[in-house]
Design a protein around this ligand. Structure first.
Ligand SMILES: [Zn+2]
Length: 344
């Protein structure tokens, strides 16, 4: 199984198959001001409000987005972590801002404040719907030079199971939403909701110029039963140089805010420095898996019932392994990763 010969043609076909977007596209707004002081948060903002009237937002017009730069060579597929030259102890903390179409998810200001106070860079995978229901918070995050903004789909669909029309919307509507909030940089990265992909959805994401950034260490924070102590303990045990850590800042990280200061202390004590995903990739070679998963291959198939309207039967075919590694070899770097294609 290989990627389609003309991925851009596939994307174009997906776009052409999409119906006209609804008309109420928000007017382009001014770029986020870098010096705008973030507003203090309230605990109420962390609450997830199912069925809130504010959840009704129009799909922004994504049919006329400027062309995004193509995916750099060697980044096709599911990125789990990055292999670094010996001695480099870097870790990328990532926070998902997931939101489905019938809810207003939360904003976890405790996490963001801790990162800011300690000068810790991080990558936020932002749902397009979340960006439109939290315009001020989105602008604050985008304006903060410590933080990297990436795409977490429009409404957190399982991209294995949606039809072509919805696949295009899930991938591209966030880009239009970010632009509507003044953030005009095309996303370099997308994270698959549920950690679930198949060759068709991966081809579409990569054809849109985005690398699929998954993780090798999950904090387990979307479970209310995962205590702060468990988040700290499990994450410290799992992180190794080049790790990508998954956490949530949308209110589904139930004890993440409480755990974060201790987690940062523990990682610093072990000699780690924090970087964004983009900076991590620039320092080494991505470890790319032939499939998407959480802890082990196949463990995200359980979400395949999550079809929503316009179901699509997911392919069980493995993703192709890219032919060449990302970036030029770094002097002193280890040989191409033996982990490539293995379960990290
Ligand atoms: Zn998510």
């Amino acid at each position: 199984m290989s990627f389609p010969a003309a991925p851009f043609a596939l994307l174009l076909a997906l776009l052409l198959a999409a119906p006209p977007a609804r008309a109420e596209t928000p007017a382009p707004a001014a770029a986020p001001a870098a010096d705008a002081a973030p507003r203090p948060w309230t605990p109420r903002e962390k609450t997830i409000r199912k069925g809130a009237p504010e959840a009704r937002v129009a799909v922004p017009d994504f049919t006329a987005l400027p062309a995004a730069p193509p995916l750099p060579p060697g980044l096709a597929g599911s990125v789990r972590r990055v292999e670094l030259p010996p001695g480099e102890k870097l870790v990328a903390l990532t926070f998902d801002l997931c939101e489905t179409s019938n809810e207003v998810a939360g904003y976890d200001g405790e996490i963001v404040d801790t990162l800011r106070r300690r000068g810790v860079p991080a990558t936020f995978f932002v749902g397009g719907h979340w960006a439109l229901t939290h315009p001020d918070r989105f602008r604050e995050l985008a304006a903060d030079p410590r933080f990297e903004i990436a795409n977490h789909t429009w409404t957190h669909a399982n991209l294995r199971t949606v039809d072509d029309e919805r696949l295009a919307r899930e991938i591209l509507a966030p880009e239009a939403a970010f632009r509507a909030e003044g953030w005009t940089k095309p996303s370099r990265f997308l994270r698959f909701p549920f950690g679930a992909c198949d060759p068709r959805s991966m081809s579409a994401v990569n054809a849109a110029g985005m690398a699929a950034i998954q993780w090798d260490v999950s904090t387990g924070d979307p479970s209310p039963f995962t205590s702060a102590a468990a988040i700290v303990g499990e994450t410290l045990a799992g992180v190794r140089p080049g790790s990508i850590v998954l956490a949530h800042a949308n209110g589904r990280g139930f004890h993440t805010g409480e755990a974060l200061p201790r987690l940062l202390d523990g990682l610093e004590k072990k000699g780690y420095r924090f970087v964004t995903v983009g900076d991590l990739l620039a320092k080494g070679r991505p470890v790319i898996s032939p499939t998407c998963f959480d802890a082990k291959p196949g463990d995200t198939d359980k979400y395949d019932h999550w079809t929503g309207p316009g179901g699509h039967r997911p392919s069980k075919t493995a993703l192709p392994t890219p032919a060449k590694p990302f970036g030029a070899p770094t002097p002193g770097a280890p040989a191409p990763s033996p982990l490539r294609g293995a379960n990290p």
